[in-house]
Ligand binder design. Structure first.
Ligand code: TXE
Length: 478
């Protein structure tokens, strides 16, 4: 199966005809090929987007744009099972997670489609002789560099918002997970999206990705991925004087106070790191536990960890394989470094005996106690590895929670009604959850980071605003 680029409404091979092999992380088998997009393909995609903006796409009213996106949402929902199967094959995530991603993707297009004609500007009181209006306008052509961990959701949150705001888009999916994005882009054509409003060029980050990030025809960029690549993308954007939103992952803490409702907390403390095999930017990868209950909570989490199973995505495992061998090695490497630091793994899950031998499976691991300055407390592992650290009091809990370069999400578990908002509001994080975590995907909820987690906001109405700029209109009438 060969998947082509989508440029100006046409499926096309890479300009030089080259392809990349697609291996399934489930069993390591070669099962598809994608176009190895070139800088020339990016040039043509950007030109096609500009043509759409100046033509059929740019002429639509906000209501018409919104209707097309909502139609696309309906088509996606109808194909959720098919998309889920393809995603699980391509990315390795358990089928139920892939299905949830497909439904979330539909919901992004529904949310942003229905918001398209509710996005309005302001009137500013100025001189009595002048009328001043501030109009919300699209940036123009937007570039979207998408990672492999939640391809459908991240595509939906950024492309859905960009299109709703009236931009024309060029997308570079991750080389390890491009297939569902290509399928959904074909559905967008079926929904009636004018040619060139949505272009997709697959390929390597260092060629197609870098060409998109540095393209002078791009007016705004959205990037989700690693801090290192995010820096390169921001430098490229700066050279063209365009803005960029960066979502760069995290090392998010869950703070468990000694008055917490543990029955409620425990399943979430585990699922927050196990979801998607820990390959989640907002994974709750650090457990900060008040000293008096530290051992009890660690024991209870350990008991749950021992039941976790990594296995074939279609056999209802707790987690599937890592996305590729490099990621599997990265996770094992962190565990090795932890051992070298003298840390102990207090509980491990299992890799199922029937997990295909060529797949990139990793058994979940819980480490405790882990000092705050350990590499495992400070760096994003991006795998099913949870570290637990004790704290004495509220002040120390806040200091530890905020004590990494990241700042994406945090969870606060306490029954104290005064402490809950006090601690939550002390978190240097873009999203803070009290007595819950993740809140069900949160299409409506602004999301983004502080510090090394990046800047700008996606999701919710804030995400839509990011894909606009303003034009101030001053009209003299006296
Ligand atoms: O990321 P990259 P990788 C973190 C996670 C993971 C690590 C490495 O810790 O282990 O990053 O993953 C494109 N110019 N996250 O190597 O390189 C690339 O093709 C322009 C956290 O996969 O950042 C892909 O589409 N683009 C994260 C996208 O960037 C370039 C999700 C992300 O790849 C490029 C993923 C370049 N020079 C990884 N080089 C999160 N925030 O959730 C690569 N790309």
């Amino acid at each position: 199966m060969v998947f082509q680029n989508l440029i100006g409404g046409r499926e096309r091979p890479a300009s030089d005809g080259m392809t990349l092999d697609v291996f399934s992380p489930v069993d390591g088998s070669l099962f598809a090929r994608i176009a190895a997009g070139t800088p020339q393909d990016i040039d043509e995609a950007v030109a096609a987007a500009r043509t759409a903006l100046d033509g059929a796409w740019g002429r639509l009213t906000a209501t018409e744009r919104g209707r097309l996106l909502m139609k696309l949402a309906t088509l996606i929902e109808a194909r959720a099972d098919e998309l889920a199967l393809l995603e699980s094959r391509d990315n390795g995530k358990p089928l139920r997670q892939s299905r949830a991603d497909a439904i979330a993707l539909a919901r992004y297009f529904e949310f942003y489609g229905s918001a398209a004609d509710k996005l309005h500007g302001d009137v500013i009181p100025y001189l009595n002789t002048h009328f001043v209006g501030v109009e919300r306008v699209p940036h123009g052509v937007t570039g979207h560099i998408v990672p492999w961990n939640y391809p459908m959701q991240i595509f939906g949150r950024s492309v859905g918002a960009a299109l709703a705001a009236g931009n024309a888009t060029v997308v570079k999916p991750a080389e390890d997970a491009s297939l569902t994005i290509l399928r959904v882009s074909a559905l967008a054509r079926e929904a009636g999206l004018p040619d060139g409003a949505l272009n997709v060029v697959t390929g390597l980050g260092r060629t197609a990705g870098a060409a998109l990030a540095g393209h002078p025809g791009i007016d705004f960029l959205s990037f989700t991925g690693s801090p290192e690549t995010g820096t390169a993308v921001q430098i490229a954007a700066a050279k063209n004087h365009v803005g960029v939103t960066l979502e760069l992952g995290g090392k998010s803490a869950q703070l468990v106070f000694d008055d917490a409702d543990l029955e409620r907390a425990l399943p979430t403390l585990v699922s927050a790191i196990i979801q998607n095999g820990g390959q989640t930017c907002s994974a709750g990868s650090r457990l900060l536990i008040q000293r008096g209950i530290f051992q009890d909570v660690v024991d209870a989490v350990a008991e749950r960890f021992r039941t976790l199973r990594a296995g074939h995505p279609e056999r209802e495992p707790d987690l599937g394989p890592m996305i590729n061998q490099a990621q599997q090695r990265r996770v094992m490497g962190y565990l090795e470094r932890g051992r070298n630091e003298g840390l102990s793994i207090v509980a491990e899950g299992v890799v199922c005996l029937d997990a295909p031998p060529g797949g990139y499976y990793v058994a979940p691991a819980l480490l405790a106690p882990v000092p705050h300055d350990s590499i495992l407390s400070q760096e994003e592992v991006f795998g099913p590895v949870l570290v637990a650290t004790p704290f004495e009091d509220e002040a120390e809990a806040i200091r530890l929670a905020n004590g990494t370069p990241y700042g994406l999400a945090a969870g606060v578990w306490t029954r104290d009604a005064m402490r809950a908002p006090r601690v939550a509001r002390a978190m240097r994080a873009g999203q803070v959850f009290v007595n819950c975590y993740g809140a069900g995907g949160g299409i409506e909820l602004p999301f983004g980071g502080f510090g090394r987690s990046g800047h700008g906001r996606e999701k919710g109405f804030e995400g839509l605003i990011e894909f606009t700029t303003t034009r101030t209109l001053v009209v003299a009438h006296g």
